[in-house]
Write a protein that binds this ligand. Structure first.
Ligand SMILES: Cc1ncc(COP(=O)(O)O)c(C=O)c1O
Length: 382
């Protein structure tokens, strides 16, 4: 069993994170942003850990991105400059937003300061509700207008409507128009130059018109892990929000964005049964690895068993992972009781399935160098 040496009694299945690889991943991204004069606002949905967020901030991240208000309420302990890249729709979500904005404005000495909370929205309805919330609490709330640049999830599709929405937001005294955001999930490493220029044009067509109207667009925020280090190809961006880059996963390896060595978070599982020559069962099923398929090769299995690269995690039950070797397999096979490392296809979902993770640092005073840390924002879906 390669990678991190684990004590005999280490519990499985569990998520182990190598601090040194995390540090490298964080420093490389920060360095890239520094070289290209981009602000880095990492998406914390990947690690959901206050400790990891604090490290991102310490290394130079401007602030943090979250999806949901519950996550923001945790990440507040790492930064008060938080961007909710998700429309705050729903009474309960808005009530929580209210609490968050108030908390952000409270200084430890009892005085008030302007909160740095911003929300990404793509509709007038969402903007109106946030304006009502801001009015009620007497504190401004930042707004980023979400543009659809081709991924076709959220985001205003038409540039004319986007300009209208931005202009409306900029006129509201309760709201602070911060700029525009987008999620270029359709731009993968093989994307053509044309796809990159369409991506740029989709943003420029909004920003240029806003500038003509005399509306300043301070922040232009893009970025996903696959596009992050290519962001200079869309020079209109001044901020990026990658999340997965901190740990990486088998999707990123399959896309050619990361190497196996860059995968900082892996599941350790125990072989609990070897029912036949070419099959073994591990104690990590869909409740550990998630049922997410590989984004490049959906039929390639539910993660990569690092020590047995020919093997495929072919089927998952909740607590069982079935791993099969090809008929032609001639190499070693694991025994019952052996432990194996698995790199999940999609680490963000995997992290959200764990109560805690084990952070490995060779020089840590913890037994085996492994410190157990809570996944602080686990399950914070509101
Ligand atoms: C709005 C938004 N921003 C940033 C990210 C981070 O992208 P990645 O997971 O590729 O790092 C995501 C990911 O889903 C996202 O939805």
């Amino acid at each position: 069993m390669s990678w991190i040496p684990l004590p005999e009694d280490h519990p499985t299945p569990s998520l182990v994170v190598d601090a040194q690889t995390v540090e490298q991943n964080l420093m490389r991204m920060q360095q890239y942003c520094h070289e290209h004069r981009l602000s880095l606002r990492p998406h914390t949905k990947t690690h959901k850990s206050i400790r990891m967020a604090q490290r991102q901030i310490a290394l130079g991240a401007k602030g943090l991105t979250v999806a949901k208000v519950g996550e923001a309420q945790q990440m507040f302990q790492a930064s008060r400059d938080l961007f909710l890249a998700y429309p705050a729709i729903g009474t309960s979500r808005l009530q929580r937003l209210e609490t968050l904005v108030r908390a952000c404005a409270d200084q430890s000495d009892g005085t008030k300061t302007e909160g740095r909370i911003a929300v990404g929205i793509d509709s007038l309805q969402a903007a109106e509700r946030i304006a009502q919330t801001a009015r009620k609490i007497g504190l401004p709330i930042g707004i980023m207008v979400d543009l659809d640049v081709g991924f076709h999830r959220t985001g205003v599709e038409s540039s004319a409507q986007a300009v209208e929405l931005c202009a409306w937001v900029s006129k509201q005294t309760e709201l602070e128009f911060r700029g525009v955001m987008c999620f270029p999930g359709h731009i993968l490493p093989a994307a053509s130059t044309e796809a990159w220029s369409q991506y740029q044009d989709a943003i420029a067509s909004v920003v240029d018109r806003l500038n003509l109207l005399g509306i300043d667009v301070p922040v232009i925020s893009g970025g996903s892990t696959p596009t992050a280090k290519e962001s200079h190809r869309n020079p209109i961006l001044n901020e990026i929000r990658p999340g997965t880059y901190i740990y990486n996963d088998w999707n990123e390896v399959s896309l050619g964005v990361a190497s196996i060595d860059d995968c900082a978070a892996r599941v350790v599982a125990t072989v609990v049964s070897v029912p036949s020559k070419n099959k073994f069962i591990v104690d990590a099923g869909s409740k550990t690895l998630s049922s997410d398929r590989n984004c490049v090769e959906p039929e390639s299995g539910f993660g990569k068993v690092v020590d047995f690269p020919e093997a495929k995690v072919s089927r998952l039950s909740e607590e069982h992972g079935e791993v099969v070797f090809p008929e032609t397999h001639a190499g070693p096979r694991p025994q019952v009781g052996e432990r194996v490392w698995i790199i999940p296809n999609h680490i963000c979902v995997c992290v959200n399935l764990q109560n805690s993770f084990f952070l490995y640092r060779q020089d840590s005073p913890e037994p085996g160098g492994l410190e157990e840390l809570a996944v602080d924002a686990r399950g914070m879906l509101v």
